[in-house]
Design a protein around this ligand. Structure first.
Ligand code: HEM
Length: 488
């Protein structure tokens, strides 16, 4: 039973009745973004919940989200003062840090350093491409080995290591073997991170759950341990870079950040002390290592679900790239079907359905509703990507929606997919990850054919947290070599 509160006299957004102590926690369900879509139908695109004692405003649909994050960007660019957020990146996180002048300097520095080693220039793009191509080759070899004799296997752990290796090479100039147990264990704890900071997490809104043994308390303890572990990993790498730093040669992102903060690059004058080097590198490595591999798991799952599309993409690759070289970033503009497939995967899966929680930085008015300073704000990206007024049959997987009558990519429509958020907190790794997803997808499809295990139901079920991760599909991979051999 829920008593509907229409617009209360204070002018706060409407929302469901909140129970004492827990508020609306029990109504969130396993997939909060779907619950929010249902609630939005009843209360409107801007509504309010209570999680524990916290008021949470939920934003749905492009108009409300754009109004808040772009037009009133500064007012919605805060982060909640959650205890878990303070544990990220040694307490020096830009991604989880409060909005301030110092934060702006930190974000500028992180963004510029990441771009300089990924997409800023032809040279950086070329280096990035070499890293991705090397990892993709390694993946193809791993896939073919594991698929020998018709065996089925789970590709997702291999994606995780391959992507982490790309970001590790950019950050620290180093890669790890797929057999490195310690590196794999470090990466394997990502899901626990997302379960703590995602919209459905109870860790921060019901702090009294820390007082006695229960599953939420153990999730929080795991979260503490994994943040410490990741930060220690990064600290060791940064210490190595400090020892060998040479101002004449910027080897990687760590050197770029060290140069800006510790060697006269302006960071110190803006208030960024030495420990922001480790904070920045933990943010970039932490955010970059798992997101892109989750995207690739979705790409693969949807290729298995739609074998005719797999054949169509391979035919496009054969036509445009041929068999005597691998696809490169230069081919991107000539492979509209591959691009359309990727955008539809991002839209359909909406695998970061709700962004990292935001908070208001001042008392604000949004669409006529009053929202006090420091209110937690959830941004429901899923609602944008599944809005039936915007997308025809949004529940159907149809890459063709991104192609016009001449089979060209509809760039305006691709910009309507919302997965990297918008405004002041928009993801800083958007260009890097889109390029990486393209290269991995194109190279893997150029080299391999993937088949689902007929003995298993191909499910869309997910592990859910900040990101939705498909439960690993089991597949068989064989060489795709229709017109000759290209050995990688
Ligand atoms: C933030 C998505 C890859 C670095 C975010 C946010 C989303 C997101 C939704 C939260 C924005 C908000 O709170 O409004 C994604 C997706 C990725 C991806 C879908 C891959 C497909 C990356 C990569 C990096 C990265 C590769 C870095 C190498 C960051 C950082 C933030 C962030 C540092 C915090 C920004 C801030 O708070 O100002 N990302 N991301 N992301 N992302 Fe990504």
């Amino acid at each position: 039973w829920a008593r509907r509160r229409l617009r209360p006299p204070s002018g706060s957004p409407p929302g469901p009745f909140a129970w004492p102590l827990v508020g609306n926690v029990l109504q969130l369900g396993r997939l909060p973004h779907l619950t929010f879509c249902k609630m939005a139908q009843r209360y409107g695109d801007v509504f309010q919940l209570r999680l524990g004692r916290r008021a949470v405003v939920v934003l749905n649909g492009e108009a409300a989200i754009r109004q808040a994050l772009v037009r009133q960007g500064g007012q919605f660019a805060g982060r909640p003062d959650f205890p878990s957020f303070r544990l990220v990146s040694g307490g020096r996180s830009m991604a989880f840090g409060r909005y301030s002048e110092l934060w702006r300097a930190h974000r500028r520095l992180a963004h510029a350093s990441l771009r300089a080693f990924s997409t800023a220039s032809g040279r950086s793009r070329q280096l990035l491409e070499q890293h991705v191509a090397a990892e993709a080759r390694e993946l193809v070899r791993g896939f073919v080995r594991r698929g020998a004799g018709g065996a089925y296997f789970d590709p997702c752990p291999l994606f995780t290591v391959a992507n982490a290796n790309v970001i590790c090479a950019l950050c620290f100039g180093q890669r790890y073997s797929h057999d490195d147990g310690e590196f794999r264990a470090l990466l394997g704890r990502n899901d626990k991170f997302g379960q703590t900071v995602g919209a459905g997490s109870l860790v921060d809104v019901l702090p009294w759950l820390q007082a006695f043994p229960n599953p939420v308390r153990s999730v929080f303890r795991d979260f503490q341990a994994l943040n410490q572990e990741l930060h220690d990993f990064v600290r060791a790498k940064v210490a190595q870079h400090r020892r060998t730093y040479d101002p004449r040669l910027t080897r990687d992102i760590s050197d770029a950040v060290l140069g800006k903060i510790e060697h006269g690059g302006g960071g110190a004058q803006e208030g960024l002390s030495r420990d922001y080097v480790e904070g920045t590198m933990t943010d970039i490595f932490g955010a970059g290592q798992d997101t892109t591999s989750t995207a690739l798991c979705w790409v693969l799952l949807l290729l298995l679900k739609h074998p005719h599309l797999q054949r169509q993409l391979q035919a496009e690759l054969d036509r445009v790239v041929g068999r005597d070289r691998l696809p490169t970033a230069e081919d991107r503009g000539c492979l509209p079907c591959v691009e359309a497939f990727i955008y539809e995967t991002l839209r359909f899966s909406s695998f970061v359905p709700v962004t990292i929680p935001h908070a208001t930085t001042a008392d604000v008015v949004l669409q006529g509703f009053r929202i006090p300073k420091d209110t937690v704000v959830f941004v429901n990206q899923w609602s944008v990507n599944h809005d039936r007024h915007k997308w025809k049959d949004p529940h159907l997987f149809d890459p063709g929606r991104f192609l016009d009558g001449e089979q060209k990519l509809d760039r305006d429509l691709t910009c309507s997919v919302m997965i990297f958020s918008m405004g002041k907190r928009r993801c800083i790794g958007d260009h890097l990850s889109k390029l990486q997803i393209f290269l991995f997808t194109a190279i893997l499809l150029h080299q391999c054919t993937f088949e689902a295990n007929p003995a298993e139901r191909l499910t869309m079920d997910c592990i859910h947290g900040l990101a939705l991760k498909p439960l690993s599909p089991c597949l068989h991979s064989s060489r795709y070599l229709p017109m000759g051999t290209l050995s990688v």
